[in-house]
Design a protein around this ligand. Structure first.
Ligand code: AMP
Length: 122
């Protein structure tokens, strides 16, 4: 799947759309989800044009991948989530119900995140 430059996160990265930014460095931008599913719900995105987790894992440089992982941990820590705990999640493709075709990780926290996943068929 080719990268779509018009996706909403590409527009945020270009500054065409606003976001509630919580962190930025050379490789990463993080901002609050517009439709939060938990008291804290932050999205972490790479600045590079990667469609999905699969694309990022296959094509990003080691520096980008390491930077992304370090930043995600730091953001959760800085949000005060390390001790109470949190959940990170990446949706990929149709079955993962990925909506925005720019790789992103969700950080959920601020309360019990509930069961890991809804049982099949429920
Ligand atoms: P996913 O299903 O993993 O692709 O999730 C996409 C997420 O992006 C959803 O949780 C949306 O609420 C969120 N989202 C969509 N547009 C925006 C936006 N402009 N600013 C912040 N979050 C957004």
């Amino acid at each position: 799947m080719a990268y779509d430059d018009g996706n909403v996160f590409a527009r945020i990265l270009r500054g065409d759309l606003p976001c509630d930014k919580v962190y930025e460095d050379d490789h990463v931008l993080a901002f609050r989800d517009i439709n939060p599913q938990r008291p804290t719900h932050v999205l972490v995105i790479p600045k590079g044009a990667y469609v999905s987790f699969d694309d990022f894992a296959e094509s990003a440089s080691d520096e980008e991948i390491a930077g992304f992982m370090r930043a995600t941990g730091r953001i959760a820590r800085d949000l005060g989530l390390k001790d109470p705990g949190y959940r990170i999640l990446a949706n990929h493709g149709r079955d993962g119900r990925q909506e925005v075709p720019h790789f992103h990780v969700h950080i959920f926290g601020g309360g019990d995140c509930g069961p890991m996943i809804k049982p099949a068929g429920k």
